[in-house]
Design a protein around this ligand. Structure first.
Ligand SMILES: [Zn+2]
Length: 413
């Protein structure tokens, strides 16, 4: 790749103060007031909020943009898993590539600089999704870092091929293994297989876990126990965790304590929970969003992510993490001004930690993955869904966005 020219971001709001950011060789060289441009190209971002690049930590580009191929959800109707499983047989590599590419392009436009995507592997789609997403990994090099999870959406005990295909995907270089215990009858056997296989390949684990509302099926405590027993602290991530919300408070506090002690990362997927859960509830409709505030207060590393794009799981899904932040503020009672101020952690520093990214952030030496928002602070950015004026990947502008409007206003009386 050609060398990236030095760049100076002039006057942005960095860490709550007006500062310049000098970028050289793709990294942040200096942060401070009144820096000398030294001949570098200058971008005037005066009084605009600068955040580190957004991180999608749980997303499914391979099954995006298929809502028009099937029907939506209804109380008593088929699950989204069933609807999508029927469609997967017809997925070709080119079909997955085209739809997933649209997701990646939209994600970059909305400030995403690193994405960890689930790729479904099973008897229906086999390894066609893996092939398509690996092509995209190469095609987006330098624009978006794309990590892939070998993911068993259909469980592993319902056919004879998925376990072998997952191993094949790991051998081919996928860096994370993803399980889905609630898709198999024996959840513990499922969890055990994933821990054993992850240890054999030396890869981290990511589970879709406890997405229902029946505490009898809770797996988080077992996963935490296994994480510690096998020395995999900091290498296990749980998505969903909706069930936390229905546990009685003392039990919930115990489970949260176990998650923290096991160094497990949690990713909440609020848009999907709000769309999918509680379809059969006739009163006091359950929201299904995990207890993000309580997890954070307890010291758990908790993130939010987009999960699904225009499919039966979330027909209005869009890879825009600023939108997820607003949904989170509304759905998780996190909309007070002090909470809006820290919500960006949930799609920046926290998922960066869950993915084990190094050199991430706004400090000198960090890679210059940055988003400049047309807002003075996080509360305004989330409330107004402000435009992402610039998206930088390793010091290069990969997206510029503008919004225009014209008002015809009455004169002051
Ligand atoms: Zn998911």
């Amino acid at each position: 790749m050609t060398a990236v020219a030095p760049l100076l971001l002039r006057g942005g709001i960095v860490g709550g103060r007006r500062q310049d950011i000098a970028i050289r060789d793709g990294r942040i060289e200096h942060v401070g007031a009144g820096l000398d441009a030294g001949g570098a190209e200058t971008l005037d971002v005066s009084d605009r909020l600068v955040l580190p690049g957004f991180v999608e930590s749980h997303i499914h580009p391979d099954k995006a943009y298929i809502a028009d191929r099937t029907r939506g959800l209804s109380a008593g109707g088929p699950t989204p898993q069933t609807l999508v499983a029927e469609l997967k047989r017809s997925f070709t590599v080119d079909d997955v590539y085209a739809r997933a590419r649209r997701v990646l392009e939209a994600a970059v436009r909305h400030g995403c600089t690193t994405m960890r995507a689930h790729v479904e592997i099973d008897e229906f789609v086999e390894l066609r999704g893996v092939e398509a997403l690996r092509r995209l990994q190469g095609d987006f090099a330098g624009v978006l870092d794309l990590e892939l999870i070998a993911f068993a959406q259909e469980g592993i005990f319902r056919d004879r091929v998925t376990k072998d295909l997952l191993r094949e995907a790991l051998k081919a270089g996928l860096k994370t293994l993803g399980g889905c215990p609630y898709m198999d009858d024996d959840q513990r056997a499922h969890i055990d297989w994933f821990f054993e296989t992850a240890q054999a390949f030396g890869v981290p684990l990511d589970f879709h876990a406890d997405s229902g509302d029946d505490p009898a099926h809770l797996t988080t405590e077992y996963i935490a126990e296994q994480t510690i027993a096998r020395g995999m602290q900091d290498r296990v991530t749980l998505g969903h965790l909706c069930m936390l919300d229905v546990l009685d408070p003392p039990h919930r506090a115990r489970v949260i304590g176990r998650i923290r002690d096991a160094g497990i990362h949690v990713i909440s997927l609020p848009a999907t929970e709000l769309h999918v859960k509680a379809r059969a509830d006739v009163r006091r409709t359950w929201r299904g969003v995990t207890r993000i505030g309580e997890l954070r207060d307890a010291g758990v590393n908790v993130s939010i992510s987009t999960n699904n794009i225009v499919n039966p799981f979330t027909p209005y899904g869009h890879p825009d993490l600023l939108r997820q932040a607003l949904i989170t503020a509304m759905a998780a009672h996190l909309g007070n001004l002090d909470q809006l101020a820290w919500l960006p952690e949930l799609f920046t520093t926290n998922p960066a930690r869950a993915l084990g990214l190094t050199g991430y952030g706004l400090a000198p030496g960090c890679r210059a993955d940055l988003v400049v928002l047309d807002a003075h602070d996080a509360a305004q950015a989330i409330t107004e869904q402000s435009e992402k004026l610039y998206v930088l990947k390793a010091g290069r502008v990969v997206a510029r966005n503008t919004r225009t409007s014209g008002l015809s206003l009455p004169r002051r009386g």
